[in-house]
Design a protein around this ligand. Structure first.
Ligand SMILES: Cc1cc2nc3c(=O)[nH]c(=O)nc-3n(C[C@H](O)[C@H](O)[C@H](O)COP(=O)(O)O)c2cc1C
Length: 212
């Protein structure tokens, strides 16, 4: 059977993304452009559409200095990037249920009656969440948006590095976030590449896939 290889812009962006750790320090991403990158990325799916992600974009010299002690072995990215995007998860995301679903009604995306039923269902459902289940769900949703930020950045001509090696426990406080409410998920360095991307090895599909 002939297997079609469909090439579209999304596919091209995905195949071309690679971690970049050294950036051209003369290139600054404007805040307007950064907002566009994030806006596109926020089309990511999320559980119950609660969109629990929150972003802190550290793009000033003062801001970067404040987070330097928490960057562990990732100093090169910190030093050369245009910005570090810190992705946090909102542990109080269920408190936005009414706001999100009312907005869907205002935009004619949902009839009022269905919205009322959804809000009631979600409110009851949320009562069954243990703290562990909540943080797992939030991490998953934020993982989706983080991936989309990396693809969106690529689409705007920038490169990224997902950074899990940072002092998580102290990071939220360092950037002024409420540590009880916001869960640190991942940092993303972003900027114009100043090094060649390296290919990285992957398992074959057969090694990680079963058909049943
Ligand atoms: C959750 C996560 C945490 C990571 N943490 C770091 C990190 O702290 N420092 C780093 O240089 N790269 C980090 N990486 C990047 C990986 O090393 C990289 O994605 C992997 O080697 C595959 O290479 P590629 O991104 O070029 O495809 C991380 C990636 C992920 C998904």
């Amino acid at each position: 059977m002939e297997i079609k290889n469909i090439v579209n812009p999304a596919n091209e962006v995905m195949l071309k993304r690679s971690t970049i750790r050294k950036y051209d320090t003369s290139v600054k991403i404007s805040r307007e452009e950064m907002k566009n990158i994030l806006k596109d990325a926020m089309t990511a799916p999320s559980s119950l559409n609660l969109q629990p992600w929150r972003f802190v974009v550290i793009d000033t010299t003062e801001g970067k200095e404040k987070i330097k002690p928490y960057m562990m072995f990732n100093e090169l990215q910190w030093q050369t990037c245009s910005a570090i995007i810190a992705v946090f998860g909102d542990l109080q995301c269920f408190s936005n249920t009414e706001k999100i679903y009312s907005s869907a009604v205002e935009h004619n995306l949902l009839p009022q009656q269905k919205k009322d039923a959804m809000v009631e269902m979600i409110t009851n459902y949320s009562a069954s969440y243990t703290p562990e289940r909540l943080s797992n769900a939030i991490m998953l949703d934020c993982g989706f948006v983080a991936m989309q930020i990396m693809l969106s950045a690529k689409n705007y001509g920038y490169d990224t590095n997902p950074i899990g090696g940072y002092v998580r426990d102290e990071f939220a406080k360092a950037v002024g976030m409420d540590t009880k409410r916001y869960l640190p998920v991942i940092l993303l360095s972003i900027g114009k590449a100043d090094e060649e991307a390296h290919d990285s090895i992957r398992f074959s599909v057969d090694e990680v896939t079963e058909f049943k």
